[in-house]
Design a binder for this molecule. Structure first.
Ligand code: NAI
Length: 343
């Protein structure tokens, strides 16, 4: 099964280690180093089979290549997966993370990690005891939600501008799905700019603390709004949900919003303007690489985050000019940059 996945993959290398002490499989997937060393979070999860973990790492590392390339950040795409039999705690967790740190260190900086599902800044502190290639440790400012929220706000402005002729939020109805680290921060920013904000979260208390109008989780798809901002989980845009959407545009921070590539075309055909997720949510990596690797100050960071809006404007313009969907135009922009660097 690993053989089939590796043969079919367009990435550069996958490093596979079985950790006998914990029963975990470690997969480090380096999709591309054409633009620079690869970067991407480490995800810890229980998968049905180890091959599902490898497949997840491969897919997500390809998305990181596109995210960095579209954001014009000199890094390639990578992702790591710790496919565990059960989520470890205490000393077993610490020892697993130390051994994982040794593995990442052995790659000499080809892959640089950050947090992802079930990996906290405190976990990254442990990895960093063994490895210098770690973004987002507590000492370096923790997670990237702040940059992601600001970048998503720029994406929302650029998307509204394209649909309504003005980026202004005043009086616009924005539906935020997920009031977590990014969604709650984003909702506060939208409210501050005068938007009529609706929020849904499976944890209703979280939704309530935003101060926005709370709606039921099951009502997200089907509620009328100017812009829908998916900030919870992936796959919310699919063959079933798209015909039921009652929004004019979509721009949010969730990864992998389209269930399949065809859903980008479905949105286009439905007349809904879609800001490709990896363009809209690049603020997190812009923050981590900008501050921790490139030595940016706050002003440079804010300029880097504002570029997300400019990139989207370029994507929308290329889509209109070429008769493409924004998803196709973003793919073209990102992969052209990678191909040019390779050449
Ligand atoms: P989080 O875990 O802090 O927040 C997610 C929120 O969504 C939680 O409050 C959860 O209760 C809620 N939720 C889960 N399923 C839901 C559903 N079906 N309907 C409504 N609410 C639901 O995560 P965070 O950091 O805010 O990230 C949100 C999304 O953005 C995730 O998909 C993440 O992968 C993505 N992302 C986050 C970045 C970051 O810097 N934190 C960077 C790029 C992408």
């Amino acid at each position: 099964m690993f053989e089939d996945l590796l043969e079919a993959w367009d990435g550069e290398e996958a490093v596979i280690r079985f950790d006998a002490d914990s029963g975990a499989w470690m997969f480090v997937c380096v999709h591309s180093t054409a633009l620079g060393p690869s970067g991407g979070g480490t995800r810890m999860r229980v998968y049905p089979t180890p091959a599902d973990g490898l497949a997840d790492g491969m897919r997500l590392s390809g998305a990181m290549t596109r995210k960095f390339a579209a954001a014009d950040i000199p890094r390639g795409g990578g992702k790591a997966v710790l496919a565990v039999p059960a989520l470890p705690a205490g000393d077993a967790r610490r020892k697993l993370l130390l051994r994982y740190g040794d593995l990442v260190a052995s790659l000499g900086g080809t892959y640089r990690t950050a947090g992802d599902m079930n990996i906290t800044p405190a976990d990254l502190d442990v990895v960093a005891e063994r490895c210098p290639w770690v973004y987002g440790t507590t000492a370096r400012g923790g997670n990237s939600a702040r940059g992601t929220a600001i970048g998503t706000l720029h994406a929302i402005h650029a998307t509204l501008e394209n649909v309504f002729g003005s980026p202004a939020l005043d009086g616009r109805r924005i539906l935020v799905q997920g009031a977590g680290a990014v969604g709650a921060d984003l909702a506060a920013k939208l409210l501050a700019e005068g938007a009529d904000v609706l929020v849904a979260d499976v944890d209703e208390q979280r939704a309530r603390t935003t101060g926005a109008t709370v709606i039921a989780v099951d009502d997200v798809i089907g509620t009328e709004c100017d812009l829908y901002s998916p900030c919870a989980t992936g796959g919310t845009l699919n063959a079933d949900s798209i015909p039921r959407l009652r929004c004019k545009a979509i721009a949010g921070c969730a990864n992998n919003q389209l269930a399949t590539p065809e859903d980008g075309e479905r949105l286009h055909a439905a007349g809904i303007l879609y800001a490709p997720d990896y363009v809209a949510n690049a603020g997190g990596v812009v923050q981590l690489v900008g501050i921790e690797d490139l030595g940016w100050d706050e002003g440079e960071l804010q300029a880097g985050l504002a570029k997300i809006g400019d990139t989207l404007r370029a994507v929308f313009a290329a889509a209109s000019a070429g008769g493409l969907s924004p998803a196709e135009a973003a793919e073209q922009l990102a992969m052209d940059r990678v191909a040019a660097a390779r050449a």
